[in-house]
Write a protein that binds this ligand. Structure first.
Ligand code: FHN
Length: 445
């Protein structure tokens, strides 16, 4: 018996060391539940991938040494002059879309800084444009009540002290033999303190922790350092090595929430998560990029909320500083849908019904919101919820609907044509605070 206990203890220790979770941090520095609950209630944010690479229309960071030789890529800043950039226009586009926060790539993998940094000349002040993009966005977000967030890449293929220059060349040629990672980490700390002090971000969205020079120990140290600079700043889980939808019951990552990418995360009522996704195909702007349909955009948002997650939806502005009109229009259309149905998204939680093929559910207070993606009419049947009485069924912000309920089912009569072909929301008003209703199990639905 003793041998089993020792073995299990050893396995747990090894797992904990490998897993790198918040358990290895002082619990007093972790972001509070109140702040995280408030963040999760925002549900919808704008992601912006932008930099001098827009001049080439190729992928930010990843096209360096690939479609664009590094010698060319690293001098694009000399021609970067987005004279039509208007921070208030970007922020108003986000607000009009129903987005509640905005995350800008202040520094992506290519190392270029969209703000005047005291620690490098590879920044916006070395371009013909010579104005602080990050600062203008922070000011505009404050003016229009949008939470301002900063994306910062851990890896930096341009910085002389970061050991990797070319991620596509694993030989010595792709590396910097004279790099000193400890000096690069200090550079990170200096820049992040600069960003926090000057722009007071609501959240820091890290990325690029996967390369060997960045260690678990550096991640733990950085999280604690950042919390010493701003205690309430939210930090995603991409300082650590585990991210993108663990889907497990325990938060096996370092940071405040998980970050599944280009897909809707798994339904999870315990682990906080935010899906990041592109409105087109590429993160940075690309000419003639394929944009998602309005139906895909709306249903992605609804299905994300119905899985208990947030959606960080990405646009890639053009080299002149404007967001492509087609993307602005698509976001406006999402905003129009949210004007009518936002109560079924913001400050809701997933459930109690599990996401299904043609519908999904969110809930708040004594209301259950059913998002209907395809008309199952004329009778739409939901499983009855044990011990719960439904007093009324109606379209959200619309007329009542006939329904009958018994011990096993709720049968709702729907019209042949639903008000919204992308996602019509109906409301079940109950006699119960809906968060007391357990999630249904697969065999109950
Ligand atoms: O490599 C980056 C990529 O360029 C983009 O920024 C996405 C956004 O989440 N993150 C990384 C890929 O996981």
């Amino acid at each position: 018996m003793k041998k089993i206990v020792v073995t299990l203890g050893l396995l747990l220790t090894l797992y904990t060391l490998h897993a790198q979770t918040n358990a290895q941090l002082d619990p007093k520095i972790l972001t509070s539940k109140k702040i995280m609950d408030q963040f999760m209630g925002l549900r919808f944010g704008m992601f912006i991938h932008w930099g001098p690479v827009a001049l080439r229309g190729t992928e930010i960071g990843w096209s360096r040494h690939r479609e664009v030789p590094a010698s060319d890529y690293d001098t694009l800043y000399k021609a970067f002059n987005p004279t039509k950039f208007n921070a208030e226009e970007w922020v108003k586009t986000a607000r009009d879309a129903g987005m509640k926060y905005l995350t800008i790539t202040a520094k992506h993998h290519d190392g270029f800084c969209l703000w005047p940094s005291a620690y490098t000349d590879y920044d916006i002040m070395s371009t013909p444009y010579k104005k602080d993009v990050v600062g203008q966005l922070a000011k505009a977000c404050k003016k229009y009540g949008i939470r301002f967030c900063i994306y910062y890449s851990v890896l930096d293929w341009h910085h002389p002290q970061y050991p990797v220059d070319n991620p596509y060349d694993t030989t010595a040629k792709g590396k910097r033999p004279d790099a000193h990672m400890d000096q690069y980490v200090q550079y990170m700390k200096n820049q992040l303190k600069e960003l926090i002090t000057h722009y007071d971000p609501y959240m820091l969205w890290f990325d690029g922790p996967w390369e060997a020079p960045w260690t678990k120990e550096m991640a733990l140290d950085m999280y604690a350092y950042l919390k010493s600079v701003k205690k309430d700043v939210i930090i995603n889980n991409r300082l650590g090595k585990q991210f993108a939808g663990t889907g497990s019951s325990a938060a096996v990552f370092l940071g405040d929430y998980d970050t599944p990418e280009q897909r809707i995360g798994e339904l999870n009522m315990d682990i906080l998560w935010e899906t990041c996704m592109t409105i087109c195909e590429q993160w940075a702007w690309k000419p003639n990029d394929q944009m998602k349909s309005l139906q895909t955009c709306i249903q992605t948002l609804a299905k994300t909320a119905a899985a208990n997650g947030n959606l960080l939806f990405n646009v890639g502005p053009m080299p002149d500083g404007t967001i492509e009109p087609a993307q602005v229009t698509r976001l406006h259309e999402m905003g129009q849908w949210l004007k009518k149905y936002g109560a079924a998204i913001y400050n809701t939680q997933a459930g109690p019904y599990l996401p299904a093929k043609n519908y999904a559910a969110t809930r708040k207070d004594k209301k259950i919101f059913i998002h209907i993606f395809e008309n199952p009419g004329p009778t739409f049947t939901l499983p009855a919820l044990p011990g719960v009485n439904v007093s009324k069924v109606s379209f959200l912000n619309g007329p009542s609907l006939p329904f009958k309920q018994n011990a096993t089912a709720i049968n709702i009569t729907l019209p042949a044509v639903l008000p919204d072909l992308n996602d019509t929301v109906i409301v079940l008003e109950t006699d119960t605070p809906t968060m007391r209703i357990p999630l249904l199990k697969k065999d109950q639905q």
